[in-house]
Design a protein around this ligand. Structure first.
Ligand code: ACO
Length: 352
């Protein structure tokens, strides 16, 4: 924290979502649910689904675009970090598959399991590598094919998740006034069973029984997660603001993990932030786990709404339970002129 001689910064960011849309009407035909319930209780209107391929197939197009925007060749990447809970395989790492896919022949890499906090945790590691000089260019990939672990027979979780990838290039900042300034994370490991995938790991390897019991899908205690996420995301944000001598007035963009519109609103309210300073695109993508935060950043760059020098605070909460935040001063300018941010408060309009 505080001032650093070398600062790491995001110098390019991009995303990829598969083209197929699953709207709320789809769930009305499959489960005892309604478009109205989903909108009003979650804020989600639609999400994306990749019918084929793995998480690497979401990352590779985003990674290629990320490098192209920056104008550097894949051979110039030193390290690839993939934050995901839906790796292509248990091993080898999805990072190695991405490395081959983008022909980053000089890069090593690894996967990181920090659930919905994955992007922030991966960004802190990448920043430390760059600041210490052990890597010059790190590709940070937050990606999940959540539909591969979603139980479409469970209405309480099926409607929440979608597939996406976000990729950030982290490099040494030329300008010391911008880049990653601080990050923090907390963990409380007593809540394993409140949010997890029961089988497929070493405790319960795959068997006929685990498949028959549908234990290879995400299981959650929604209301416990809801309450903890609303509290913890606000608290880690307050903590990072406080230790950097900032108030909420100093935040240009707050970028919360997108799990439920009501969680985002509750956190925004606790922090005293108006909607026009809170990134929200959950209406279009649902919860894409590690991808939600880079997906927001990338979309806001495309809209021309994120500018060099903006104070940006990331905040997330997820399985573990884990909570993490990051404070950065945005380092790049958008190519486009500012456009109207489509950040409509969709679920309230849908309410009776
Ligand atoms: N359609 C219709 N009714 C539903 C649906 C649905 N899709 N899902 C749940 N219900 C019902 C419940 O069965 C319950 O009915 P009952 O009263 O007859 O028992 C009723 O709605 C209310 O259930 P609650 O669980 O109290 O509903 P809530 O408003 O809390 O919303 C939800 C549930 C959306 C799961 C919410 O708790 C949530 O978003 N939690 C966070 C979960 C999460 O984000 N997990 C993701 C991974 S971690 C992360 O990203 C932070």
């Amino acid at each position: 924290m505080g001032s650093k001689a070398v600062r790491a910064a995001i110098t390019s960011i991009s995303h990829y979502v598969p083209p197929e849309i699953l709207n709320n009407q789809f769930f009305e035909t499959q489960l005892e649910t309604s478009d109205h319930w989903i909108r009003t209780r979650t804020g989600i209107l639609e999400r994306r689904i990749a019918r084929t391929g793995g998480t690497s197939d979401l990352i590779i197009p985003a990674a290629k675009k990320c490098l192209e925007q920056r104008g550097i060749a894949s051979g110039e990447i030193d390290c690839i970090i993939v934050a995901t809970v839906t790796p292509d395989y248990v091993f080898p790492s999805t990072a190695s598959i991405v490395q081959a896919g983008i022909e980053a022949s000089n890069a090593w890499g690894f996967d990181l399991s920090a659930a919905c906090c994955g992007f922030i945790v991966a960004m802190s590691i990448a920043s430390s590598f760059v600041e210490s000089g052990s890597a010059r260019r790190v590709l940070v990939c937050g990606a999940d094919k959540m539909t591969s672990i979603t139980n479409y027979e469970d209405r309480t979780s099926a409607v929440l998740f979608g597939d996406a990838a976000g990729v950030a290039l982290v490099e040494r900042s030329e300008d010391e006034s911008v880049g990653v300034i601080d990050h923090l994370a907390h963990m409380d490991g007593r809540f394993t069973n409140q949010l997890y995938m029961p089988a497929g790991g070493s405790v319960k390897p795959a068997s006929y029984e685990t498949v028959a019991n549908r234990e290879h899908f995400l299981v959650q205690d929604g209301s416990t997660v809801f309450k903890a996420a609303s509290k913890e995301m606000a608290e880690v944000t307050q903590e990072i603001l406080q230790r950097n001598g900032l108030t909420q007035e100093d935040i240009r963009w707050f970028v919360p993990h997108q799990a439920n519109r009501r969680i985002i609103d509750a956190v925004g309210e606790r922090l005293g932030l108006e909607d026009d300073r809170v990134m929200c695109n959950i209406q279009h993508y649902g919860n894409t786990s590690s991808a939600t935060i880079p997906l927001c950043l990338s979309e806001w760059m495309e809209k021309g709404e994120l500018h060099k020098g903006d104070n940006v605070v990331l905040s997330s909460f997820g399985a573990g339970f884990t909570a993490a935040s990051m404070y950065m001063r945005w380092a790049i300018s958008p190519k486009l002129e500012p456009a109207k941010v489509e950040n409509a408060f969709v679920y309230a309009e849908a309410a009776d």
